[in-house]
Design a protein around this ligand. Structure first.
Ligand code: CAA
Length: 277
């Protein structure tokens, strides 16, 4: 999601630094933004000058020291591994200005726990800022305060969200926050239904698209989000709430074990590219 987040910040006129330890990955992210902006020009949504200006505001680096040196806001969007996030934020606070706001795009991990690993003076400026995929399209940011997040930081995120054209909802710091708390049981139930042979994958998804007016059915949405991401969030929910929360569906775990993570690997509940829905 990192490139999508960078794209919306640049579109709102901010200078953006995309950091990845392997700089080629940051370059690939910038190239994806470039391709997305070219599509926007072709559709007449932005002008060629706007495309050039937006892309021109985005730089890439493989050096955390360079990336963090002058930032006002850090938005972390690494994969959902608490230890990796702790290590990254420890490195960020060693380089970032004392006043920088530190935000995590985590979809389920406790903001209080992520903040607790930081030096005490950094915790008031640590906040959850959860975007949704595809970031340029989805108009929501889920804001979560940790136990020590201060009012200035919440106000800052609200102001930035308004600049990005995103609406804010505020969730207490509980597993899955609001959106994944309600989404994941729905996706899991669809996967259990699929495993039981209640209907084909296509019929389950068509049921949600045509019967509920959802843009995607639950199995195609899981493939879109990433099956590893879904499994991880379900595990966080199960660990956080205990019984009676159902264990993640075996079909999901098996796909993840096999390396079939959805759209990004070309296979999940479906194979990609799909011929038709
Ligand atoms: N970047 C920029 N714009 C994009 C885009 C992208 N990656 N993907 C799609 N779009 C734009 C298209 O340009 C198009 O814009 P216009 O209508 O102005 O031309 C519009 O979105 C619709 O795209 P398409 O016509 O190509 O495709 P679609 O109508 O099938 O919509 C979709 C695609 C927007 C992804 C839609 O299927 C959808 O909304 N799906 C549900 C997505 C969702 O639920 N996301 C949340 C996942 S949960 C999450 O992210 C958080 C988590 O923690 C798990």
């Amino acid at each position: 999601m990192g490139h999508g987040i960078g794209q919306v910040f640049a579109a709102a006129g901010n200078n953006v630094v995309l950091y990845e330890p392997e700089v080629a990955r940051a370059e690939a992210g910038r190239a994806r933004i470039g391709a997305s902006l070219e599509r926007a020009v072709a559709k007449g949504k932005i002008t060629e000058d706007e495309r050039r200006a937006q892309l021109g505001r985005i730089t890439v680096t493989g050096s955390l020291a360079d990336a963090a040196a002058k930032v006002e806001l850090v938005v972390e969007a690494v994969f959902e591994d608490e230890q990796v996030k702790h290590e990254l934020f420890a490195a960020v606070v060693a380089k970032a200005p004392a006043k920088a706001i530190l935000a995590s795009n985590t979809s389920s991990i406790s903001i209080t726990r992520l903040a607790a690993a930081l030096p005490a003076e950094r915790r008031p400026r640590f906040v959850g800022m959860h975007f949704f995929s595809p970031v340029p399209v989805m108009p929501l940011i889920e804001l979560t305060r940790g136990a020590e997040t201060d009012d200035v930081t919440e106000a800052y995120v609200r102001e930035i969200a308004a600049e990005l054209g995103k609406q804010v909802i505020v969730s207490r710091d509980r597993p899955g926050f609001i959106v994944n708390r309600i989404l994941m049981p729905y996706l899991a139930e669809a996967m259990h239904a699929y495993e039981e042979g209640l209907g084909t994958a296509e019929d389950i998804d068509t049921g949600a698209r045509l019967g509920l007016n959802h843009p995607m059915g639950p199995l195609e949405l899981a493939d879109f989000i990433g099956l590893d991401v879904c499994l991880h969030i379900m595990e966080v929910l199960q660990a956080g709430f205990g019984a009676p929360y159902r264990a993640p569906p075996p079909a999901l775990r098996q796909l993840v074990d096999a390396g079939h993570l959805g759209q990004k690997t070309g296979r999940g509940f479906y194979t990609y590219p799909r011929e038709s829905k």
